[in-house]
Design a protein around this ligand. Structure first.
Ligand SMILES: Nc1ncnc2c1ncn2[C@@H]1O[C@H](COP(=O)(O)OP(=O)(O)OP(=O)(O)O)[C@@H](O)[C@H]1O
Length: 254
């Protein structure tokens, strides 16, 4: 097994003249659930884009599964659900099955029909997110929370080892968000999926993650959620209810 899923060393990134990431070092262990938090404009999405190879930093290195991101080709190992995973409107002409199949285009090829094994993958992914019975439904008729599960299924269908989610609960009600976090915890605990979750919702996030990284141009903190909750400065900066919630769940010694 790889020593790390993502290994970032001394990464700096600037858009024209503004430095957005400054000397960031971050390692994601296999099987961990990392919550990435930080204020608006702190560079979280930029960091994700560097991990996904969409931005090419001049300084520092990004390694994925022990391979430099510039040489990395096994992109099916990484699933990504973006903040802007737009909801489909009611008339969108595709079924849930078809939307999830899109996650297999790398294997099937565009405009080719899925084979039996691909159909099995799609149903397995839908089963994991609890949406198997919706396969033949038009995607646009599903609620926001249900559609969000379908985006997860689409990311899972190529059987990735790392799932990256950028603010996935934006626009989803509190109850659906709760179910969504429960699903992520299950994917991490039962399926051994490594997760990187970007969220503003620090209180909820720290209930589920194993590790926390706090970004604001620099990486201000990177460690276990217990260590995060014990750090009063960071708790105040990133969410006053963090300590309360972590204590409430009995995960930190008093
Ligand atoms: N393409 C771009 N060109 C120039 N500046 C950019 C570009 N994309 C982002 N920025 C700037 O870089 C900074 C970091 O943006 P980024 O989107 O990474 O932050 P973020 O932490 O994800 O923010 P949010 O929580 O609001 O989504 C911001 O000041 C933003 O305005």
């Amino acid at each position: 097994m790889e020593s790390s899923v993502v290994d970032i060393q001394q990464l700096s990134y600037r858009y024209e003249r503004s430095l957005v990431l400054d000397d960031v070092n971050l390692t994601i262990r296999p099987g961990s659930f990392l919550g990435l938090v930080g204020p608006n404009g702190s560079g979280k999405s930029t960091l994700i884009k560097c991990i996904l190879g969409l931005l090419k930093p001049k300084d520092g290195s990004v390694r994925l599964f022990d391979t430099d991101v510039g040489d990395f080709t096994n992109w099916e190992k990484i699933g990504y659900v973006s903040q802007k995973a737009n909801r489909f409107n009611a008339g969108f002409p595709a079924t849930v099955f078809e939307v999830v199949s899109m996650g297999l285009f790398g294997q099937i090829g565009l405009f080719r029909f899925p084979k039996k094994k691909h159909r099995t993958y799609v149903y397995e992914a839908l089963d994991i997110v609890g949406m198997k019975d919706f396969a033949r439904q038009p995607i646009g008729r599903l609620s926001g929370g249900q559609q969000q599960r379908i985006f997860i299924a689409r990311a899972l269908v190529s059987q990735p080892q790392l799932l990256i989610l950028d603010e996935p609960t934006v626009g989803v009600d509190a109850n659906a968000a709760q179910h969504f976090y429960d699903l992520l915890a299950r994917l991490n605990n039962e399926h051994g999926l490594t997760l990187l979750l970007v969220s503003h919702d620090v209180g909820t996030l720290t209930r589920y993650v194993s590790d926390v990284a706090c970004l604001n141009q620099h990486l201000h903190f990177h460690g276990s959620k217990e260590a995060f909750a014990k750090n009063p400065d960071l708790s105040a900066l990133y969410g006053h209810d963090v300590q309360h919630i972590v204590h409430e769940h009995g995960e930190v010694a008093p």
